[in-house]
Design a protein around this ligand. Structure first.
Ligand SMILES: NC(=O)c1ccc[n+]([C@@H]2O[C@H](COP(=O)([O-])OP(=O)(O)OC[C@H]3O[C@@H](n4cnc5c(N)ncnc54)[C@H](OP(=O)(O)O)[C@@H]3O)[C@@H](O)[C@H]2O)c1
Ligand SMILES: *[C@@H]1O[C@H](CO)[C@@H](O)[C@H](O)[C@H]1NC(C)=O
Ligand SMILES: *[C@@H]1O[C@H](CO)[C@@H](O)[C@H](O)[C@H]1NC(C)=O
Length: 290
């Protein structure tokens, strides 16, 4: 029975993926030059594969060279116009800038900057480690700003897009992720402000902030599955929705839509109610203080 249920679920997922693919003008991304950070695994890896199938040029980054090489090979098999990688840690702002320089050297321009990587995240009571928060702000927030600063001249020239991958924890206070949540709220503040300035100055660069719920990536499942009451949403579909929302120059993406959208609506009208819903939606007893 379980196997049958799983295959039905998979078939439904595949169908949804296929339908959204058909409706979306895939041609929009053909030949576009795209940087994707944190693309050695998880949602970033899936974004690279979608873009490859659409015939885009991709430059991917993460720390682990061996994984990046595999993703690049697969991208070329799937039809990428070109595929390259750069390995290194985004703790280092020089790397953030070098990646953008590499895009300029490879392609002479850039159409889409997808900021997706995050540093190691624990899911537990805040442990009081201030230095860890400083480091996480550098990886999850400052490097996003540094890459944006470096890439803006090229994006202005191409009328390009910046995609910032955030989380419900970047809009709502969720327990056990205080440092991570701080970095994601920082992204909202910075990029929502910058978006306003670009519009005021008539600069044709779009900024899409992606508010994601629980997605079934290997890392997320390892970190939080014992506390979640429902399984995560599929990473393949999530990756496609992010690319679509950027290509369509949307202000924000909510994925999975209904649950994230409803949570945000409740947040503004009944924040205490949302807080209690959030606490009740987690198996808090499974979080062992470390
Ligand atoms: N999965 C979820 O439930 C969920 C929910 C909400 C939001 N999101 C957001 O979605 C995005 C992707 O999440 P994911 O679940 O796909 O994560 P993931 O599978 O853990 O991927 C993270 C990526 O970042 C890279 N990375 C880690 N540390 C780095 C560092 N110091 N410098 C440069 N790159 C580094 C990793 O590769 P290396 O280890 O090789 O460096 C990997 O490619 C993140 O922005 C996350 O906040 C995810
Ligand atoms: C890239 O990976 C290789 C092999 O693991 C390593 O020797 C090199 O130092 C890495 N480069 C950076 C900038 O971290
Ligand atoms: C902005 O750029 C997009 C994509 O490059 C383009 O389709 C659109 O026409 C541009 N808008 C303006 C006002 O130039």
């Amino acid at each position: 029975m379980a196997v049958r249920e799983i295959s039905v679920v998979c078939a439904v997922d595949c169908l949804i993926l296929l339908i959204s693919f058909l409706i979306f003008p895939v041609q929009m991304l053909k030949g576009k030059r795209v940087i994707i950070t944190g693309a050695s695994t998880g949602i970033g890896e899936q974004m690279a594969y979608h873009l490859a199938r659409m015939g885009a040029h991709v430059l991917i980054t993460a720390r682990t060279e061996a994984k990046l090489q595999k993703v690049v090979t697969r991208c070329l098999e799937l039809g990428a116009a070109s595929a390259h990688y750069m390995n290194g840690s985004m703790e280092d702002m020089a790397l953030a800038e070098d990646v953008v320089k590499e895009a300029k050297q490879l392609w002479g321009g850039l159409d889409m900057l997808i900021l997706n990587h995050i540093g190691y995240t624990y899911f537990n009571y805040f442990d009081g480690d201030v230095e860890y928060i400083r480091k996480l702000l550098e990886i999850n927030f400052l490097s996003y700003v540094a890459m944006t600063v470096s890439a803006l001249p090229m994006l202005k020239e191409s009328g390009g897009s910046i995609l910032v991958v955030s989380s419900t924890a970047g809009k709502i206070g969720i327990p056990f992720v205080a440092p991570y949540s701080a970095t994601k709220f920082a992204l909202d503040g910075f990029f929502s402000s910058l978006r306003q300035e670009l519009i005021i100055e008539n600069i044709n660069v779009s900024i899409t902030l992606c508010i994601l719920g629980y997605i079934a990536t290997e890392t997320a499942e390892k970190t939080v599955s014992h506390v979640m009451q429902k399984p995560g949403a599929p990473k393949e579909e999530c990756a496609l929705e992010i690319i679509k929302s950027g290509a369509l120059r949307k202000r924000e993406l909510y994925y999975p839509y209904t649950i994230v959208r409803i949570a945000l609506l409740i947040r503004d009208w009944a924040p205490e109610f949302l807080d209690s819903l959030t606490r009740n939606s987690l198996n808090v007893e499974n979080v062992k203080k470390s």
